[in-house]
Design a protein around this ligand. Structure first.
Ligand SMILES: Nc1ncnc2c1ncn2[C@@H]1O[C@H](COP(=O)(O)OP(=O)(O)OP(=O)(O)O)[C@@H](O)[C@H]1O
Ligand SMILES: [Mg+2]
Length: 368
């Protein structure tokens, strides 16, 4: 089958690069961008070219890599086989797998759980198949916000031979909820067979949904970080509070050290308005750019709104109880940004649970 072909104009649109820059990359990185195959002429590009150009762009613009460093990186990461998508853009991971988005923060109590739950509902209302993975060991659990009561958690899968389906609870708007519970701790010390079973089940779930939102605890504990780095994209939530922003910076630093391919987006909660939010974002992003050589995606903000607490009290999610409230509107805007813009799309990372289980796959391959 012939691959899809794109004109230079279309490549400019798809990559956001200027034509002159594309031509420059074409000459500098010609070993990765050969246009003579399959009888293509100089003005025809295929999906592989677009993916490679996007990678080059991100390495040069976001990470400040030199030509030599980019070449080294491309050699290391370019895989001979790639799944093609029908959209014309290469998928960020093998097609069919959910987009895994972790919600985390440096400081506790900044609104992660409230935001994770309402983002999930809003996405489900837009027709996405959504799962929430509650990976928070803390008390204020997501199921309370969603008004469901899971009897079982991951611990039962790990310890008692339950399947993931057995512990899955259907939440509002068809959201599938998995409660991590104590199982989160146990995940670190699984026997080989247990890991294998869990991984297979997680994989199956990832194929059944479009988006999986992971609500993590706060802070720099190993569990939190492990859950944040396995996601394709990480939302770091902060409030305008200086200490919260400083802790957000710390967690971003550690995340990027652990997983340089992370896509980190920043979201400011409990702000007065968008200007206030932009100020907070700029402050953190300036530090991140300067010290971590990384540019955060700006996902938007949620205003301080008493409807958030009110919905908590009546145990009905904000998006249902007060869909017209200022905070619910902010949530919709964030969903728009996540689903319909490139601000927060990770096109580099290809796996999720596989990452979480890290060397597991390799161990399995070696064993068989
Ligand atoms: N935009 C907002 N306006 C007003 N109150 C809010 C807002 N967002 C969250 N809250 C309130 O702040 C409190 C903490 O929120 P939440 O439990 O979601 O934070 P968290 O980051 O998940 O906390 P933890 O770190 O303990 O898991 C809750 O009472 C919630 O209703
Ligand atoms: Mg929470």
């Amino acid at each position: 089958m012939l691959s899809r072909r794109f004109s230079i104009k279309r490549v400019v649109e798809l990559t956001g690069l200027e034509e002159s820059e594309i031509r420059y990359y074409e000459s500098v990185f010609k070993e990765f961008l050969t246009f003579t195959q399959m009888g293509m002429d100089d003005n025809e590009f295929n999906e592989d070219h677009i993916e490679i150009l996007n990678r080059i762009k991100s390495l040069v613009h976001k990470r400040g890599f030199s030509v030599v460093e980019v070449k080294k990186e491309l050699k290391l990461t370019l895989k001979p086989f790639r799944v093609k998508s029908s959209t014309g853009l290469p998928p960020s991971k093998p097609s069919g797998y959910a987009r895994v988005i972790a919600v985390t923060s440096g400081k506790g109590g900044v609104g992660k759980t409230a935001i994770a739950a309402n983002l999930a509902i809003c996405m489900a209302q837009e027709g996405k198949r959504v799962a929430i993975f509650d990976a928070d060991l803390g008390l204020a659990n997501i199921h309370i916000l969603l008004g469901v009561k899971p009897r079982f958690n991951l611990s039962h899968v790990i310890q008692d031979d339950f399947s993931l389906d057995d512990i899955l609870v259907q939440g509002p708007a068809g959201i599938k909820i998995i409660s991590g519970g104590q199982g989160i701790r146990e995940m670190a010390n699984l026997q080989e067979e247990q890991r294998r079973v869990l991984l297979r089940q997680m994989d199956a779930l990832e194929l059944e949904v479009d988006v999986m939102i992971v609500d993590t605890g706060a802070g720099i504990s190993e569990n939190v970080l492990r859950f944040a780095t396995f996601a394709d994209e990480v939302i770091v939530v902060s409030t305008p509070n200086i200490a919260a922003s400083a802790d957000a910076f710390s967690i971003i630093k550690i995340l990027l050290e652990m997983e340089p391919n992370s896509k980190v987006g920043f979201l400011v909660n409990m702000v007065e308005n968008q200007y206030h939010s932009r100020n907070v974002f700029n402050r953190v992003n300036t530090a991140v750019r300067k010290y971590l050589k990384y540019s955060l995606g700006y996902l938007g903000y949620v205003v301080y709104d008493h409807h958030m607490q009110a919905s908590n009290q009546i145990r009905r999610p904000l998006m249902f109880a007060y869909p017209e409230s200022p905070s619910a509107r902010c949530i919709s805007n964030i969903v728009d940004t996540i689903l319909r813009t490139e601000v927060f799309v990770n096109r580099r990372k290809e796996s999720s649970f596989q990452d979480l289980m890290g060397a597991l796959r390799r161990t399995m391959a070696e064993a068989s």
